[in-house]
Design a protein around this ligand. Sequence first.
Ligand code: SF4
Ligand code: SF4
Length: 173
Amino acid sequence: MLKKVFGPSDCAKCRLCCNFQRESVWETPFLTDEQAARFEADGVEIVRRSRGGASFALRFVDGSDEPANCPFLNPARGCSLPEDRKPFECKVWPLRTMEKDGRLVIGRYRNCPALAGEKGAALDRLATKELLPTLLAFVAENPASIREFSPLYEICWEGDLPASANDDARSNG
Ligand code: SF4
Ligand code: SF4
């Protein structure tokens, strides 16, 4: 979805979004229950999120601070999932939908090396014009995918939370 701004070769060199520190487990991609069931049927280990939905289980080495790869990261070629099986959040990364002070915000990950200079602004324009209906439709259907705001993200859009989101505090669990 973001190919107008940057390409898979940028991510193949970086892979930051597919490789997680223990403290960034909350960033692992949201899976709908239906997607999670399909992956589980294929033998992929899944963890359920406390607010609904699921994500891939990560394998950290005991006693080590080494980050863990997403199970679908091919270290040589990048993501090994076909486009139609990729989690939605991976398709729109490094954009993320979050809740801040009772509002829905769309943020762009600040440290993406592919978005230096004008490219960051170009992605903001893409997010707030072309992609906005798709992003809003996804969170309306999957309010559990909305995370707590993190300052790692530059806010590029702000609006109302979807009516489907309840009043509970947002959780990154
Ligand atoms: S941080 Fe940017 S370049 Fe790196 S993997 Fe994520 S989206 Fe791609
Ligand atoms: S599913 Fe693919 S794009 Fe998403 S985190 Fe895993 S390897 Fe990266």
